[in-house]
Design a protein around this ligand. Sequence first.
Ligand SMILES: Cc1cc2nc3c(=O)[nH]c(=O)nc-3n(C[C@H](O)[C@H](O)[C@H](O)COP(=O)(O)OP(=O)(O)OC[C@H]3O[C@@H](n4cnc5c(N)ncnc54)[C@H](O)[C@@H]3O)c2cc1C
Length: 410
Amino acid sequence: MDTAELTEEQRLMRQTCRDFVDDVVLPFIRDEWQREWVMEPEARVPKEILEKADEVGIRTLGVPEEYCGIGLDPNSEVKTFAIIGEEIARGDAGLADKIIQNWKVAMLLRNLAPKHLQEKWFARLLEDPQFLLAHCLTEPRGASDRWLPYNVPEASMHTRAVRHRDGWMINGRKQFVSNGYDAGLFVVYANSNPEVGMLQGTSSFLVPRDTPGLTIARCNETMGCRFMNNGELVFEDMFLPEDHLLAEGNALGQAGVYFQPGKVMQAAKNLGIGVRAFEVTADYVQNYVQGGAILIKHQAVALRLGDMATRLEAVRALLDRASRAVDAGSPDADVLCNMVKLFASEEVAKVAQHALELHGGNGVMLDFGVEKLYRDAAIFLHMDATTDISRFKIVKSMFPHTAGTYAGSA
Ligand SMILES: Cc1cc2nc3c(=O)[nH]c(=O)nc-3n(C[C@H](O)[C@H](O)[C@H](O)COP(=O)(O)OP(=O)(O)OC[C@H]3O[C@@H](n4cnc5c(N)ncnc54)[C@H](O)[C@@H]3O)c2cc1C
């Protein structure tokens, strides 16, 4: 991004974050590459990394100023998130997932949670550098129906919320949840009215980790972004008091404040992986000699590098447009968010493939570090909706009366 387009605040934050990535994150990733494969999820990321992220002020973005957060300019907040998100992911995409989930859920809480619970949980988030937030939508029966969404009762969530005395009883399970293994606070979506479609019958709740009836069932061992612990949760007769209800019935609509910036941040993290792939490849091809010359002097190699750079600039341009649209609340923000999330995932997957191939055999060696970028990039094809579902969502919003109707009905 052209530095001239950034505000003073954005430039300073980006530089601080860049220094953190260069001085702390990248040396850790390079020197302790085996840590990714430690099969004890809580031991993968050293505590100091999140402590350092906290020190440089990037761990709790999204927390409102009135709760002692950093008050970013609301006119360019999502763009700032995108700039900082890209930088963290240049260091490590899993770490970026871990941290950014806090920003995204904080945005939801500040819009929907009652004041006394915002006070309580923002304080917890600020005081404990290891504290994480999670957002639980996906269930074993699949997430695509929810993303589209098909607004018919048969496509609704299986997790049920039933009114119970002065609160709610929740039963069900969630899977594939970012930070699901180690979060201290969860936002959980459940079907509170099976007679109607999910846009009218889904409610959302705040669920503290120590709520009786909540079990963290497992940590999923993912192929990439491994420094974020993805988890599975089970709810068995889990009672929640009334004030833990965030939105009743229209929770999916209300979640727009989470999903739009969320997709921008997905694309931004994805771009960070691509930027890192380009950096290491540009370095490699200008130093590694084959056929009597450094690689970049061979035209086939130079062409690939040109292709990588062009794809990254195209992603960056669309990301800039989408993040500005969200900040401005413009009507095309939603469709642009889906477009950039989709576009980034496919372009950066190709960029990472070029990086892998240009490194030859070194590209697939774990200790060399390049194959990690390829694995991390692959994850983004599935997160926050698959590529096919994202395309479908784009067309659905353009042609709601034809593409938008339920494929299962006549
Ligand atoms: C690393 C990671 C982190 C995640 N984090 C979270 C999180 O924090 N919270 C959360 O709630 N979820 C999270 N998810 C879940 C993610 O949103 C889903 O995995 C994704 O939306 C796809 O859903 P699914 O896996 O259930 O696939 P399915 O919905 O089962 O889809 C399987 C296949 O069928 C295709 N398909 C399905 N329906 C249709 C249709 N109608 N038309 C055409 N094709 C169709 C899909 O495109 C896909 O190819 C995460 C996933 C990953 C991988």
